[in-house]
Design a protein around this ligand. Structure first.
Ligand SMILES: Nc1ncnc2c1ncn2[C@@H]1O[C@H](COP(=O)(O)OP(=O)(O)O)[C@@H](O)[C@H]1O
Ligand SMILES: [Mg+2]
Length: 232
């Protein structure tokens, strides 16, 4: 099977063409195999979010190649990138970005709605099934605002899984949560990884969580440091 993700000499600069142009990713090489559960670590400002945005096809690199499931995305037009993103990548952010006036179920349906244009019975069933899976079946019709931070983040995990993505990208998904909620959200992602072989790339500063991953990738100053195994 092709690697889920291959990065080949990815570079990225900000403020291109201005006096403050600065390169923040200096030639990143990385391959992630199907079903891997990988932690991305590194100091604040080292380029982790920039890298995740490029991997998630939300931003384009200045140079280098990015392959997703063996498909080279480098020369794809925006519309094709959007479609590929919608069908292969799920996102979980530090802040959940749920729509507060919508119910849990409606939030989980959003990616399917964006893809298909109108709600249908199958979407409702899929949302219900996913909310059951994240332990929130009873909260299906509750508005997102009425849920705790940990519950909201579990809704965000369900939403990320809505399109059955190959790869879930999570940028500090537990960064805003208390320890117990953080552990619950992390454990949920780990279980989903084992059940469905969904590949995860998770930015975290939490070494306790990172050591439970298959592998830790460390970025320092826009470069990946040599591979190391989770300690302990
Ligand atoms: N939109 C932007 N414009 C200019 N500089 C940016 C922008 N986003 C991030 N940067 C800079 O790029 C570097 C990497 O940032 P980021 O990818 O957010 O790092 P991390 O997620 O590891 O904290 C930092 O120096 C940051 O200030
Ligand atoms: Mg960041």
């Amino acid at each position: 099977m092709a690697d889920v993700l291959v990065l080949d000499q990815i570079r990225k600069s900000y403020n291109v063409g201005t006096p403050v142009e600065v390169e923040v990713l200096h030639g990143i090489d990385l391959a992630i195999r199907p079903g891997e559960f990988v932690a991305l670590m590194g100091p604040s400002g080292s380029g982790k979010s920039t890298l995740l945005n490029i991997i998630g096809l939300l931003d384009r690199p200045a140079s280098g190649r990015l392959l997703i499931n063996g498909e080279d995305t480098t020369d794809l037009p925006d519309a094709a990138l959007t479609k590929l993103r919608g069908h292969t990548i799920g996102f979980v952010f530090q802040y959940h970005y749920l729509i507060s006036a919508f119910t849990a179920a409606e939030n989980v349906m959003m990616p399917m709605l964006v893809d298909r244009g109108h709600p249908d019975r199958q979407m409702e069933e899929r949302a219900a099934e996913l909310l059951d899976r994240v332990g929130l079946g009873k909260w299906r019709d509750n508005r997102a605002t009425n849920m705790s931070g940990g519950q909201q983040q579990r809704v965000a995990v369900a939403r990320a899984l809505a399109m059955d993505p190959t790869l879930v990208l999570a940028d500090e998904p537990t960064g805003n949560l208390d320890t117990a909620s953080a552990n619950a959200v992390f454990e949920l992602m780990r279980q989903i990884n084992r059940e469905r072989s969904t590949t995860f790339l998770i930015v975290t500063h939490n070494m306790d969580l990172a050591r439970q991953c298959d592998r830790i990738v460390e970025v320092v100053d826009g470069r990946i440091t040599p591979a190391r195994q989770p300690p302990g």
